[in-house]
Design a protein around this ligand. Structure first.
Ligand SMILES: Nc1ncnc2c1ncn2[C@@H]1O[C@H](COP(=O)(O)OP(=O)(O)OP(=O)(O)O)[C@@H](O)[C@H]1O
Length: 430
């Protein structure tokens, strides 16, 4: 009898242990499958929502974008299992939009307890963060007292999670913890275009570089207007929202004021920055792609004249246009820091384009696609001219070159930088 009851107890115990083990095993399987299907959904959602342009440039951009770091969901998402394990190791979670979520603790460490301030925007401070992977990123902390913070945050994560282009400052992660909202962006280590235009300590930007920069900006905007589905209007194009990377390639930043066209065509308040605002928008309160084109036109004139639009740039432009009828003779407004080193024909072509962008009638303004075509053509012609000149001097062949001379060395490195830019422009060509 005693033997029977102890046998029963042992049997029940074994049964319970097996049951518990089975339960743990099935829970593990369930979590594993759920995670995999989430990853699958997230990558298929990305594939469905990230627009692919007819020329394929953006799909290529997204996959080959050099700034997409090792933590990029795009890169990691290709291998669901390794991504899941990696995510676990780093304690980063993938949000619904496919953007990585970071913990407050990790960001606190990466910014040395938020002491690495690089700037202050309307929505709060921006810090440089050194991640444990070695990657440097910019962390924008949305001010907690900002009324628009919450909405802004949600809009940015949702929008930027699906927007990727080599000429946009792409969002790479976010943090929503301890009542704080933070956005992590690709770090642009040469700072803003505005700082280069107006800082005394920086070398003045050359004319050639200015044209490359506006072409980069135009491509970023063209993607937002014509590549993204639904289209995105930036709403705050200005020189402080154009950031430059190590090789002085430009990207459009700060989508704090971006809205999807279909969601918000009739904003109640005036948004944007004084000096860049489309007068038509101010009178009708309706923001369209052509309002971005207007701001882009102001930016073009800002680069030509090296003058701040908030300090009478457009009055200056209108005065010059009275003499030129908007077509030629724009030399008189050129930035004196260029010291006359610019191509007059290029200058007049860029200024004529800028003048069309700021036309009072929005329908008379070109589209961003038209603008990209005009600027690409200018750069391509310059490239051809240079090649022609180089081949002529090569055939002449009578110049002896001292490779050790410092001036020759600096000319060679400048030439290499231009060649690298020109070759990138060629791959951009529509
Ligand atoms: N990804 C980034 N990489 C490097 N620096 C950045 C980055 N993002 C922002 N910054 C710097 O941080 C500063 C603040 O940027 P932020 O975009 O918040 O505001 P802003 O564009 O200057 O002003 P506003 O908010 O009024 O548009 C700027 O000086 C900018 O140069």
């Amino acid at each position: 009898m005693k033997g029977e009851s102890s046998g029963l107890i042992i049997g029940i115990s074994i049964g319970v242990v097996i049951g518990v083990l089975l339960a743990i095993f099935s829970l593990f399987c369930f979590r594993y499958h759920r995670k995999r299907s989430q990853i699958g959904n997230s990558s298929s959602r990305r594939a469905a929502t990230i627009p692919i342009r007819t020329n394929g440039a953006d799909s290529c951009t997204m996959l080959s974008d050099s700034t997409i770091g090792p933590e990029s969901p795009v890169k990691s998402g290709r291998n669901g299992m390794s991504f899941w394990l990696e995510g676990f190791r780093r304690s980063n979670v993938v949000s619904a939009s496919g953007i990585l979520e970071y913990s407050y603790k990790d960001l606190q460490k990466a910014t040395h307890n938020f002491t690495t301030l690089i700037g202050q925007g309307a929505f709060g401070p921006v810090y440089r963060a050194q991640m444990s992977t070695g990657e440097t990123v910019a962390v924008k902390v949305l001010a907690t007292d900002s009324k628009q913070g919450e909405k802004e945050f949600q809009t940015e994560v949702m929008l930027l999670g699906r927007l990727h282009h080599r000429n946009l400052v792409n969002l790479i992660g976010y943090c929503a913890e301890k009542g704080q909202h933070m956005l992590l962006y690709v770090y642009m280590n040469k700072g803003s275009l505005a700082s280069h235009l107006y800082s005394e300590k920086d070398e003045p930007l050359s004319w050639d570089l200015r044209v490359h920069i506006v072409l980069d900006v135009a491509r970023g905007l063209e993607y937002l207007h014509d590549g993204a589905v639904p289209p995105v209007i930036h709403r705050d194009i200005k020189s402080s929202n154009i950031l430059l990377d190590q090789s002085m390639r430009a990207r459009v930043a700060d989508f704090g004021l971006s809205r999807e066209e279909m969601v918000d065509t009739h904003a109640v308040n005036i948004r944007g920055t004084f000096g860049y605002l489309d007068p038509e928008y101010i009178s009708t309160k309706t923001f369209t792609k052509k309002s971005d084109v207007y701001s882009f036109g102001v930016l073009l004139f800002e680069l030509i004249a090296g003058r701040n639009p908030q300090q009478g740039l457009m009055e200056y432009v209108e005065l010059a246009a009275m003499n030129t009828e908007g077509k030629v003779g724009w030399e008189e407004i050129v930035d004196s820091r260029l010291e006359g080193k610019f191509d007059v024909q290029e200058l007049n072509e860029v200024a004529t384009l800028a003048y069309k962008c700021i036309n009072r009638a929005p329908r008379k303004r070109p589209s961003m696609r038209d603008i990209v075509q005009v600027l690409s053509r200018i750069v391509k012609l310059r490239h051809n001219r240079k090649h022609h000149k180089n081949s002529l001097s090569a055939t002449a062949g009578e110049v002896s070159i001292d490779l050790d001379h410092p001036e020759t060395r600096s000319q060679i490195s400048e030439h290499r930088r231009e060649e690298s830019m020109d070759s990138t422009v060629d791959t951009y060509e529509v």
